[in-house]
Design a protein around this ligand. Sequence first.
Ligand code: ADP
Ligand code: MG
Length: 313
Amino acid sequence: MRRGLRLICAVMVCLLLVGCGEEPEKSRTIFAMDTIIELHLWGGNAEPCSDALVSLFQSLEQTWSPTVETSLLARMNRGEEVTLTPEEEALLAQVEALEAETGGAFHPRLLALSQAWGFYSRDYRVPTQQEIADALASRRWDLGAALKGYAGTQAAALLEEMGVDRGILNLGGNVLTFGTKPDGTDWQIAIQDPDGDGYAAVLSVSGTMSVVTSGDYQRYFEMDGVRYHHILDPETGYPADSGLRSVTVICADGLRADALATALFVMGPEAGSAFWREHPDFEAVFLCSDGRILATPGAKLSGCVYEEIGYAQ
Ligand code: ADP
Ligand code: MG
C-alpha cells in the first residue's frame, strides 16, 4: 500500500467535504484494518462515539484480519475448530451470498493468491501457473475486499445508537456518510483521478450511505515494464484486466458496496452495467481505461463529462 499517496487522497477528500463553514465537533485520524481512517463527527456524543468507533475497528481487525495470528479468520484458515457468534455467522453467510450473486467475481477466499503475488508481504513477484492453481485450490479466507465496507455499516449503526447528529468517515477510500452536512446540503465526495492526486469526478451523497472505490492504482507493483495491481480475477488468477481503472459503488449497505466495487471491477464496464440492470439497488460510476466515465442514472455526479448507463441495453 502506498500509504503516502493514500494519506494525500484522504486529506483531499476531507478538504472537499469539510470545507463547509462549520468545524466538526470531533475529528480524529487513526490507523486500523491496515488503513488510515478519518472520523468527522458532529453532535453532543461525538467524543465518546469516536472512542467507540476506534474500539469497533480494532475489534473487527482482531477478528477478521488474516494476518493477525490469533484472529478468528486466521484460525479458520488453519482449519481449527471455531465457534462463531450469530453476527460472525451472518457476515460469512453474506459474503458467500455476494460471491454467488456476482458469479464468483467477488471471491472471499483468495488469500493464498494475494500472497502468491506478494501483496501481503510486499515482496512482489509474478507467480507461476502452478502456484496460481495451488493458491486458488487452497480456498483460504480473505475478507479484505469487503471488511472496510462492513465496518462502515457497523459504524453507522453505532452513530445512530449513540445519537450523533451527523458525520463522515473515510476508511482508506471507503467513505461512509451519516446525515447531511451541517448546512443541510449533500456531502461532496471526490472520486480520485487514477493518474494523479486530483479528482476525476464528484459525487453528491446524503443520509446513511457507503461510497466505495476499487481501483488499479490503490496497490500495485511494476516488473519488466508491466504493471500488476491487487484486484485479482479469480478465473485467471491474474490482476483483472477488464478495461477499467476504478469502480465506485454507492449503496446503503457498506458490505455490499465494497464487495460489488471489487466484483464490478473484475467484470468490466459491459458486464458490470448488465449486473446493475439486474440488481439496481445501488449506483455506480465506472472510470474506463479508455478515459470514458459511465454512471448509473441515480448517481449524482458532477465535475466531469460522463455517459449515463441505460436501463435497457
Ligand atoms: P481495497 O481493499 O484496496 O480498498 P478492494 O476492496 O477492491 O480494495 O479489495 C482488494 C483486496 O481484496 C485485495 O487486496 C485482496 O486482499 C482481495 N481481493 C483481490 N481480488 C479479489 C476478488 N476478486 N474478490 C475478493 N477479494 C479480492
Ligand atoms: Mg471491495
